[in-house]
Design a protein around this ligand. Sequence first.
Ligand code: ADP
Ligand code: ADP
Ligand code: ZN
Ligand code: ZN
Length: 749
Amino acid sequence: MKEIIITHARQNNLKNISLRIPKNKITVFTGVSGSGKSSLVFETIGAEAQRQINETQNSFIRNRLQHFGVPNVDKIENLNVPFIINQKRLGGNARSTVGTATDIYASLRLLFSRIGEPFVGYSNVFSFNNPQGMCRECEGLGYVQTVNTETLFDKNKSLNEGAIKFPTFQPGGWRLTRYIHSGYFDNDKKLKDFTQQEWELLLHAEEHTPKNPDKQWGKTVKYKGVIPRIENSFLKKDSKENITRKDTLKKVIITKECPVCKGQRLNSKILSCKINGRNIADCTALSIDDLLHFIREIPSETYTSVILELEKKLQNLLDVGLQYLSLDRQTDTLSGGESQRIKMVKQLGNSLLDLLYIFDEPSIGLHPKDIDHIVDIIRKIRDKGNTVLIVEHDPDLIKIADLIIDMGPGSGKNGGEIMYQGSFKNLKNANSKTGSYFKKERSYNINPRSAKGFLEITNGNLHNLKNVNVKIPTGIMTVVTGVAGSGKSTLINKVLPLFYPQVTVVDQSVFTASSRSNLLTYLNLSNTVRKLFSTTNNVSEKLFSRNGQGACPNCKGLGVEKIDLAFMDDIEQPCEVCNGSGFKPQVLKYEYQEKNIADIMNMTVLEALHFFPKTCFEHEFSLLIKLGLDYLTLGQRLDSFSGGERQRLKLTRELNHTNKIIILDEPSTGLHPIDNEKLLSFFQELVNKGNTLIIIEHNLDIIAQADWIIDIGPGAGKLGGKIVFEGTVEKLLSSNDSATSIYLKKHLK
Ligand code: ADP
Ligand code: ADP
Ligand code: ZN
Ligand code: ZN
């Protein structure tokens, strides 16, 4: 059983393909976006492995999983237990830190419980989630929240006019009644005219029964100031209301470091326990490399195994280039690339064998130098006796494959075939887009534009930046480079906007639109499409909307039904009434050019360009094609787009502008190298229209075409934060100071 054998896979666009994947090897799947890589790797192989595991569950769960994810394939033999590692950020709540997510904090707790002075208890009391260990004031969060009286009150209004700017305290709101019937206030007096005593009563009074309330005061009711009331109802850990009023709360709450534990989360007894003068919170505040150094200094005759375990785990983080992180860093502040490397490191620590690891574009967010690090981990995972499958576009990662499977030739219906299966060495001979990319000579920009002017940043000091002074050219394309964690986003996304608030950041974040929005609505084209249908068929436009009259009554137009699995993530399955189209069956009998509205929604952008009259949508669709998004379907829901797709879609809205300062963070994400060329010509167009482009990017093909490069480094975290290089590509290639220069030279060779 040395191979996974797949027979006749037909999921999505796959053309009845059969293949064999060697075990205990690294197989990389390449091909343009939409060619079918995910359909094969995630939706066929991964889903089938997952489904077979579900089969082992009891019948209750099995029944509920039944409709879900049975891939369209005749047979898959010799599967292993799958483990999927994607870019999904680690997320988590305020209690999830790098230390807890990697289990290193647990080892550290053990160490403190063994050799800390004085002895304060077993290892669990060192946890900030444990009532015996946590700081009582902040309940282990390290911060406290208080009400901001400046934003909560409108002092130019009276209570009756709605001076308390919080929903239930507004006129008619049930919480306000207690104040206006208390007998304490003139309800028509503006708050700015309140006496000191009235203010105190309104804001801070402790719970008591008022002496002269009016008739409407309930007998058993007690009076309490606005601040303690909001604190008790919304800011306490177990309060239910804080979830429903999240957005309103944000406006009236200030978050501050906890005054008692100073952000260290633990109580003073636990913090008094020290090893070599440091308590456990001091240790988690150190960067990983400093912590490793500290641990190595501990004389370790007795507790060698705990110390060795800690050293090994810390060394693993160091090896993947995360030495700059500290264990107390909250996981929800980590980038996608950092999150992914932490997930990988965790896998190194386990002792499971014979797993099937599936990676989704592990190069995202990583400098070529960082990629060298993760290549090491991926090899280690394989060498432990696991099988590794990787979906990837980055040449440096494609190179490490024991076997390459290249999909194509095109996207969607024009893809779904295996174009090449073999070694990296022969990939350049493949008759495919990937093959032609590797055959091509690589070049760089020998005619850079000159700056029109400069955006000047002086004394930039946020996070790891070391008093950075830099001039960013305007009117040209600047690429900002440097290893992950060197300070690129801090400088460009955080500090630059402080100096020049009018910058436009085009990022990969999710759209704020509702879950019903799709590509057509985003492009503002839905109305035109509905009109075409309504005039052709002489019926109301409204019929062709899934938000209105046209909606399938079963799924309310969503096309999917959610299955609530209580103890697992919700899963979705296509609606059985409308087959996933979201439309009422009656609506589907109306046609335009022999297609019904559901057919239109399933059309790709490329098909739509040829289908509709030229004058209709040519501009919008050609733009998407230029950005390598020809394979998207018109009805595709916005919440199904990947980060890279979202970012490129947002870019389409910038082309009509001139004289803008546009910031892009890794626009190459998810793009096949051949499509990067299209993206680059789009950038040239933006610059030619008079815009300034500032691009944070690791992709060497994009770096090579920059007019100007700013390299930040030399290392990550405290070892970074300086400008290492500024200048043209030509000059970068003749410099020896930066890692970027070394890798770019190799790339162009
Ligand atoms: P890749 O991973 O190579 O970018 P995919 O496997 O995601 O490509 O997509 C291959 C084709 O299958 C595309 O045309 C895509 O639109 C289509 N496809 C992907 N997911 C679905 C789905 N859930 N339903 C229908 N078609 C899909
Ligand atoms: P890059 O964009 O080059 O990958 P960043 O600008 O994201 O790097 O990070 C630079 C440094 O600042 C890193 O040491 C990182 O850990 C730190 N950092 C980034 N965001 C935060 C934050 N919200 N809080 C504390 N430190 C941060
Ligand atoms: Zn505290
Ligand atoms: Zn339906």
